[in-house]
Design a protein around this ligand. Structure first.
Ligand SMILES: NC(=O)c1ccc[n+]([C@@H]2O[C@H](COP(=O)([O-])OP(=O)(O)OC[C@H]3O[C@@H](n4cnc5c(N)ncnc54)[C@H](O)[C@@H]3O)[C@@H](O)[C@H]2O)c1
Ligand SMILES: [Zn+2]
Length: 350
């Protein structure tokens, strides 16, 4: 099964395959001029073992982690790849989570001014989010993803069989983004999440990607558009502030912080009368997918001033407004709120 989307006049193609189909495709197509980059946590996978054996001199193994997305690592890897030998027709195949995918995409987009990149996302978050949309990048010492390119992979192969070895906590983090899509856009996805059976995994991934597709017709954010990329930030304005608040560094993973961010941003939607219902159905779904729901440690009288500071800094606040994504009858939309109003709303949340 394939799904496609045109982004800035380029085709973005995602193909769903079983592991045996993927093996056939890769073994037949990879050549000795290509480069394969693997996450060290998947090298026990039978297909990966075969590829490592067949192309021993063309493989690079890296342990996926936010730390690998830095300029020193980029620099040493690009020199390593050039030393291994690259040509215009070289294809970079990357197998891993979002960190390895972001780094590999950036490498592919800059080697010889761009060689083809084939992505095989292996974490749930990478399957539903980071491998979709063509953003590549690494972190600067001043912040996340500040160095990067827009560069569509030539192909994305999704094989949910990889998820069998993914730790439970990482699965939960992928679900945080999926739950986000279900709130901003897809009622069908919402229903499927409530029903929640393992056999629906490919369907859940496909609906998630289709939701993301809705908001990425262009590479850049167009705030005014009804389908702005900015809507994908639901749960992320407050979620990021929680994730980056220095007091709690390391405690929460991104998806876990987004879980709390979604609760708080949905509560704001309710307080401002955009979201009519109680937010219990969100709480139930988050619990079901092993995501945290208790935000009291992160949002209280003591932490609100620093959260607000963080939000204002992250969003490069202009004229004291901040754009926040709220949920209304028809899903997600961008709302401008004055920072001081946001502060008083946060103080009202129980
Ligand atoms: N480019 C984009 O549009 C975009 C969008 C969202 C997130 N991101 C980026 O994605 C990154 C997060 O991605 P992530 O959550 O996948 O992190 P990650 O790459 O660190 O992977 C999470 C963990 O899972 C392991 N892993 C991956 N696949 C596995 C498998 N099949 N079996 C066992 N272990 C496996 C990794 O080794 C790692 O320990 C962040 O850097 C974020 O900035 C990018
Ligand atoms: Zn996210």
């Amino acid at each position: 099964m394939k799904i496609r989307k045109i982004i800035d006049k380029q085709i973005h193609e995602i193909e769903f395959l079983k592991i045996a189909q993927l093996e056939k495709k890769l073994i037949n197509n990879i050549s000795n001029r290509d480069i394969l980059i693997f996450d060290s946590n998947i090298v026990k996978n039978t297909l990966i073992k075969k590829l490592l054996k067949k192309f021993p001199k063309r493989c690079i193994v890296i342990k996926g982690h936010e730390r690998i997305k830095n300029i020193q690592n980029y620099s040493s890897l690009i020199e390593k790849i050039i030393k291994l030998g690259v040509q215009r027709k070289t294809i970079i195949y990357s197998f891993g989570g979002g960190t390895l995918g972001d780094l590999s995409g950036f490498l592919a987009s800059t080697i010889l001014r761009g060689v083809e990149h084939v992505m095989i996302p292996t974490s749930l978050l990478a399957m539903v989010d980071s491998s979709i949309g063509g953003k590549t990048g690494i972190n600067s010492k001043f912040g996340k993803n500040l160095i990067g390119t827009f560069y569509l992979p030539k192909k994305v192969f999704i094989c949910s069989d990889f998820l069998k070895s993914l730790p439970k906590r990482e699965i939960a983090c992928g679900y945080a983004e999926i739950i986000k899509y279900s709130l901003i856009h897809s009622k069908q996805l919402h229903k499927l999440l409530i029903k929640g059976s393992k056999s629906d995994m490919n369907k859940i991934i496909k609906l998630s990607i289709n939701s993301k597709f809705k908001y990425i017709s262009d590479f850049r954010e167009k705030l005014k558009s009804k389908n702005s990329r900015a809507i994908l930030n639901f749960g992320h304005t407050i979620g990021h502030a929680i994730e980056n608040s220095n007091f709690y560094k390391g405690n929460l993973k991104h998806g876990e912080a987004i879980s709390l961010g979604m609760i708080l941003e949905l509560k704001i939607s309710s307080l401002l009368n955009y979201y009519p219902k109680s937010i219990n159905s969100l709480i139930e779904i988050l619990k079901k997918y092993n995501l945290p729901i208790n935000y009291s440690k992160y949002l209280n009288k003591k932490t609100i001033p620093s959260l607000i500071k963080k939000i204002a800094f992250d969003k490069k606040v202009i004229n004291e407004d901040v754009n926040i994504v709220l949920i209304g009858k028809n899903g997600g939309f961008v709302k401008k709120i004055l920072i001081r109003d946001l502060k008083s709303i946060l103080n009202q949340i129980k």
